[in-house]
Design a protein around this ligand. Structure first.
Ligand SMILES: [Zn+2]
Length: 184
């Protein structure tokens, strides 16, 4: 499921809401952290696709006090009212939102500079312990995505979480730089 819960103290942020029907599973993840939906202040959507934003309405109903963010250019593709459009560069819950268009026009990544964690949505995929481009047919603009990958490769982070594929833990930025260097 493409949904992550990030906790600090007794507050939480959710990055992506997964496919439709994921709200209970996200709630169970919150419970394992000793939290519940009342503790969620922020919901960040990396992009509009239904496997990432599909439970947004359910999650908003549960996390009634949370602010929900998505890239401005993806808002029209998410059939939920009350989402705050962002352009990248904002800081939310200690995460910097990074505009990474290509997979979709409004795609966002979120980076925690202190923890060295990048949540990349579908801007990056992983396979076999390495970082790869996703399947081209799922990308709106492959050249623009490659530019976004080059920009991500310039950032410093240790851990990479992606929408599709296992996490990369340890020197993940080097793996992204390797991919960037291999792109045409
Ligand atoms: Zn996607």
């Amino acid at each position: 499921m493409s949904a992550y819960v990030l906790a600090r103290g007794n507050r939480a942020a959710i990055v992506d809401t997964g496919v439709e029907g994921s709200a209970n599973a996200i709630g169970e993840t919150l419970q394992t952290l000793g939290l519940n939906y009342d503790d969620v202040d922020h919901v960040i959507l990396t992009h509009k696709h239904a496997d990432h934003a599909g439970s947004t309405a359910e999650v908003m109903a549960m996390a009634a006090s949370a602010t929900v963010y998505a890239g401005e250019a993806d808002l029209s593709g998410i059939d939920v009212d009350g989402i705050t459009g962002v352009l990248g560069g904002e800081e939310v819950f200690g995460l910097e939102l990074v505009a990474t268009p290509g997979h979709t026009a409004g795609h966002l990544c979120a980076i925690d500079h202190t923890a060295g964690l990048l949540v990349a949505g579908d801007a990056l995929f992983t396979d076999g312990g390495g970082v790869v481009e996703g399947p081209e047919q799922f990308f709106e603009d492959v050249p623009r995505s490659r530019q976004s990958i080059r920009e991500l490769a310039a950032l410093s982070f240790n851990t990479l979480l992606v929408g599709h594929g296992d996490p990369i833990e340890g020197n993940a930025d080097t793996a992204v730089a390797d991919l960037a260097a291999s792109l045409p």
